[in-house]
Design a protein around this ligand. Structure first.
Ligand code: SF4
Length: 327
């Protein structure tokens, strides 16, 4: 059995783990799981205490996306029966923020199913952001696809603090996920957002058929990009997509992966994101040992456990909902 606690102390002392260490984490045995999570918690607690940051998603424009991401029920290429609607109005977006604020969320994230935002959609988002910031204390994140020159600056000036753009997996595996844009296109948008002053929220999806090394590679790519926030999603196979028949990951494997992401990116916000309920099942609460953030109130196209159940899980496990000090 490895000495996970010593590895955590090494990380806290400023020496990053190696890819071999990361491999040892994801390959560790079931008997090592609790010591591994305890060590991941040593790191998590140093940077985030027992706080759990709540994030709320708003699907601002659903379905009919021209891109062909093989995991995504919102791609127009697949017959998935997902809701399809145009860009929501400014009032609908602001109302969503009021709802998120009432739930105690620190972050409200407006998401559109697009290759990238049109000038008109960007104007709608920016106007909603200005009204939200004038009315309530909440951080605003947006996830709008690939950004062109000047668009990140427009979002920043409107009051957006963070931009989400997931790398999804490794550079090697990405062509198997998507043929309409590249992994490097995505990295370019992350860099563009950061250059404009936005924080980067950037993670991936586990369980799409990628290898162990693809997962580890993603964790280290995110370390190199110095992204502030890492959503770790677990594939919830969507009927009608090319991945609709994939097997879900085992709950203990999900926990080992979250621990690996924590060891590689010690200080970052690590969010146990989409697919939490259906992949981790009864072990969900243990995800709070490595992760310090969750989505509440469901995901873009699938429901979650529900706000009350999530709050109960956090409190039953001895954690607390993080408060927003200032936005
Ligand atoms: S770009 Fe986003 S919304 Fe469009 S298919 Fe890919 S993951 Fe889905």
């Amino acid at each position: 059995m490895s000495n996970w606690s010593a590895l955590a102390e090494q990380v806290l002392g400023g020496t990053p783990i190696s890819t071999d260490d990361a491999r040892s984490i994801v390959r560790s045995g079931d008997d090592e799981l609790l010591p591994l999570l305890e060590a991941a918690f040593q790191i998590r607690q140093t940077f985030h205490g027992r706080d759990v940051r709540l994030h709320v998603l708003q699907n601002a424009k659903s379905g009919k996306c021209p891109e062909d991401c093989a995991f995504c029920s919102q791609s127009s290429r697949y017959d998935t029966g997902v809701d399809q609607y145009r860009m929501q109005t400014v009032e609908e977006l602001v109302e969503g923020a009021r709802h998120a604020h009432a739930m105690g969320a620190v972050k409200y994230c407006m998401v559109t199913a697009t290759r990238g935002p049109s000038a008109r959609d960007l104007d709608t988002i920016c106007e909603a952001v200005r009204q939200i910031k004038a009315e309530m204390n909440i951080n605003v994140c947006t996830s709008l696809g690939l950004l062109k020159d000047g668009q990140a600056e427009q979002l920043f000036e409107a009051g957006v603090s963070r931009f989400n753009h997931n790398l999804e997996s490794s550079r090697r595996f990405y062509p198997e996920l998507c043929g309409t844009h590249t992994w490097d296109d995505r990295v370019a948008t992350v860099k563009r957002a950061r250059a404009a002053g936005l924080e980067a929220c950037c993670g991936g999806i586990m369980g799409m058929g990628e290898s162990e090394d693809d997962r580890i590679s993603l964790a280290f790519e995110l370390q190199a990009l110095e992204v502030e926030s890492i959503p770790v999603n677990f594939l919830d196979p969507r009927p009608g997509t090319p991945m609709g028949h994939h097997e879900r990951l085992a709950p203990m494997d999900c926990l080992r992966l979250l621990a690996m992401f924590r060891f590689v990116n010690p200080s970052r916000d690590i969010r146990v994101a989409g697919g939490r309920e259906v992949n981790l099942r009864q072990l969900q609460a243990l995800a709070l040992w490595p992760a310090n953030s969750i989505f509440v109130n469901g995901y873009l196209t699938t429901p979650g456990a529900g706000y009350d159940a999530d709050i109960r899980m956090i409190e039953d496990a001895g954690f607390r909902v993080a408060e927003l000090v200032e936005a």
